[in-house]
Design a protein around this ligand. Structure first.
Ligand code: LLP
Length: 421
């Protein structure tokens, strides 16, 4: 459920008409609903009720500081995957002891930033990385808390580009090598091994792959404890999918996911961490765009929008579906017609949807891409020298621009010209 609903024929974000935001900031733009963000966070927090736990929002999904602050004030920790994300979380006021650092290739500089600023734990993905964290911790005279990310060789049954838990993927260490790696970690004086980490992929629409992975983690926990390792925290990653089509998607609910965690791991008495990104931010955000032209092609009509693949790359990159709705609610019974919905960027990949049924639309009309809050703004670029589009946060009847649209000058003046030119 989200807070983007029609009222008297107009699409609202909470209590603010989308058309009012469009008039204030211009199109295209992203808009997020505070109530939806908080609702989704609370669903996870409640689902783990009864277990010692921390929900660490995977901020890669939507990393604007206003979003981070909204969630952090509700009690969320953060899952970061770069030095930049770490510093952004800190800038948003998240304390280091609520930040976990994931990612397959943390650089020495990034490790140093986190160890200096304070960190809840590193989720270590390889032995060479473990050695580097150890060396930097010793140099700084601190102890780095770590988990080791294991790769459980489980098929997440999701898009190949976002599946991470199969043995052929680059992530984690093979679960079969866990003994060796934990024994090695235990010899490194700069590290304190506190737990196990696993993340098998994103946009999972079934619980079965989680169950397989978490069952393997439960077994490994007992085996490692038997070897003398004090395993007391389990980071279970993110990945729970969201409904992208209103009509027929029904992925498992956070409460069902929480019950599965309780069932597979509850008996171990470990502190549980999860790292959801998409489910918190995805349906809490829209991308709003304007029709520039309606063009009649050979046997098809094109809706040419002012938003493009550089603003929302998911359709081009993952063949992802986003529901696209008219901001002015179509009158009941109005006949829909198929359009190819495209942006102005100069490649055919800049196609959001083919032959999508929409109410009749004209130049100047606004449309909203649903489920665009996660992996939308954060994956945008300035391809075609198109300015990054603004982000707006709604809170009840208030809204605020949380990232301005840069001017052309700001973009162009970032280039520097070598003296020989
Ligand atoms: N933890 C780790 C270690 C991750 O790699 C990810 C996502 C998450 C948590 C959060 O997963 P979520 O709950 O959001 O599924 N750009 C792609 C998604 C990439 C996901 C990468 N890792 C997309 O637009 O579908």
């Amino acid at each position: 459920m989200d807070h983007f609903l029609y009222r008297d024929g107009a699409l609202f974000a909470e209590d603010v008409p989308i058309s009012e935001i469009a008039a204030a900031v211009g199109t295209p733009f992203y808009v997020y609903s505070t109530a939806t963000l908080l609702r989704h966070f609370k669903l996870f927090d409640d689902a783990l009720d009864g277990m010692d736990h921390l929900v660490c929002y995977a901020m890669k999904a939507a990393s604007n500081q206003a979003i981070l602050k909204t969630l952090a004030q509700a009690g969320a920790g953060m899952d970061v995957v770069s030095g930049g994300e770490y510093l952004r979380a800190k800038a948003a006021g998240v304390p280091g002891d609520k930040i976990v650092f994931s990612g397959v290739g943390k650089t020495a500089d990034e490790i140093r930033i986190a160890l200096t600023g304070g960190i809840r734990q590193f989720n270590v993905e390889s032995e060479p990385e473990m050695e580097v964290i150890n060396a930097i911790a010793m140099e700084l005279g601190v102890i780095a808390p770590i988990t080791v990310r294991v790769n459980p060789d489980v098929d997440a049954k999701t898009h190949a580009k976002i599946a991470t838990g199969k043995s052929e993927n680059k992530f984690g260490i093979p679960i079969a090598r866990a003994f060796e790696v934990y024994a090695h970690a235990a010899t490194l004086p700069g590290l304190e091994v506190i737990g196990i980490d696993v993340h098998i992929g994103s946009q999972l629409t079934e619980l079965a792959p989680f169950e397989l992975a978490y069952t393997k983690v439960a077994e490994l926990t007992e085996q490692l404890r038997a070897e003398g390792h004090n395993i007391r925290r389990l980071d279970l990653g993110g990945g729970l999918g969201i409904p992208y089509t209103r009509a027929n998607d029904a992925p498992p609910l956070p409460v069902e996911y929480g019950a599965l965690i309780q069932k597979t791991l509850g008996h171990l008495g470990c502190e549980i961490e999860i790292e959801p990104g998409r489910l918190i931010a995805g349906n809490a955000g829209l991308m709003v765009s304007k029709v520039i032209y309606v063009k009649s092609g050979e046997g098809r009509d094109f809706l040419i929008l002012d938003g493009a693949m550089n603003d929302l790359i998911r359709p081009a990159m993952y063949e992802a579906h986003h529901d696209i709705v008219a901001v002015n609610e179509p009158a009941p019974g109005v006949e829909q017609q198929p359009y190819d919905i495209v942006g102005p960027v100069c490649e055919t990949g800049d196609t959001f949807a083919k032959q999508r049924n929409m109410p009749p639309l004209a130049a100047g009309d606004l449309v909203a891409f649903r489920s665009a809050g996660a992996y939308g703004a954060v994956m945008s670029s300035e391809y075609n020298t198109r300015p990054l589009i603004p982000e707006v946060l709604v809170h009840g009847d208030q809204f605020a621009v949380i990232r301005e649209r840069p001017s052309f000058d700001e973009i162009i003046n970032r280039d520097t010209i070598p003296e020989w030119l």
